[in-house]
Write a protein that binds this ligand. Structure first.
Ligand SMILES: [Zn+2]
Length: 286
């Protein structure tokens, strides 16, 4: 398995970190978790094609996790010539509604784009030039709202969701666990340490977990109450017994001199497995 880190940041637009997105390669397939700011462009920078991703799972619908969704949908559809697998989109409540509001023929905010492209000779010329056959199919989105439990499967892998705890009741959040013959990976999404995510991650090979701040800098604040800082991530990984902890969703302030070292010192004090400090545009062999 390999993990491509496209977004390892927060809602703050920093040059080195902005939003969340990861692509996991398993069973010869590519599965995207979240589609935060700039994801499609960052894929291109990493040599990844949109049409190679057939599965997209959202952890929740804060913009740092989903705002590049229309761009990804349009780019993937525009680069398709009709013989690709349909994209499967899965997420908590709002996933179907957002998909509808973006691309529905009558009500979609971006439907004007694909409607023009399936009709105008300029777009059809380029479509046929790429190998597409007319008539050009419309953009349709296969999106599903899911609840905790088994939610998806593919070539030798299956994914289970569990509730995460972040900003309920305004937004529901899910953590995901993928199990396969190649190993098991948990993507926590944004969450404070909680029993449901710890249970989901029990004995997993890898946990991709948010580490937004150095713990002592935020203890006693809402930052510590509704998210996971350095010690919180480490303790949850240790309690779950995961083999490798990949830290993501870091504040850009953690890139300041000495801050990454403080976070890593926290983590190694509370977690005995392997630690990977996630950075954008980096691929990790799991
Ligand atoms: Zn977030």
């Amino acid at each position: 398995m390999r993990l491509h880190i496209l977004g390892a940041g927060t809602p703050y637009a920093d040059a080195g970190r902005f939003g969340s997105s990861y692509i996991l390669e398993v069973g010869g397939e590519r599965i995207m978790f979240d589609c935060g700011p700039g994801t499609t462009y960052k894929m291109a920078r990493m040599g990844l094609r949109t049409t190679d991703v057939d599965h997209l799972l959202f952890t929740h619908h804060h913009f740092d996790h989903d705002v590049d969704y229309p761009c990804f949908l349009l780019a993937r559809w525009n680069e398709s010539i009709g013989d690709e697998n349909p994209l499967q989109v899965i997420g908590p409540n709002l996933t179907e509604l957002i998909s509808h509001r973006l691309m529905d023929e009558h009500e979609g905010a971006f439907a004007h784009d694909w409607i023009a492209r399936i009709n105008h000779p300029l777009s059809l010329h380029w479509y046929v030039g790429r190998g597409g056959k007319l008539p050009r199919p419309p953009l349709s989105v296969n999106a599903r709202d899911v609840v905790p439990g088994p939610v998806h499967s593919g070539n030798g892998w299956e994914i289970t969701a569990a509730p995460a705890e972040h900003v309920e009741p305004w937004l529901d959040s899910l953590a995901y666990r993928l199990d396969s013959e190649e190993g098991s990976v948990v993507v926590t999404g944004d969450t404070r340490p909680c029993d449901s995510v710890e249970q989901l991650a029990r004995g997993a090979d890898v946990m991709v977990c948010m580490c937004v701040y150095v713990q002592e800098d935020v203890d006693g604040t809402p930052d510590a109450e509704y998210m996971s800082g350095s010690l919180a991530a480490a303790r949850m990984a240790e309690a779950a017994g995961v083999r490798k902890l990949v830290l993501v969703h870091q504040s850009h302030t953690l890139d300041a001199p000495g801050q990454t070292e403080r976070a890593l010192a926290d983590i190694s004090s509370a977690y005995s497995g392997q630690v990977v400090w996630g950075r954008e545009l980096v691929t990790i062999d799991l």
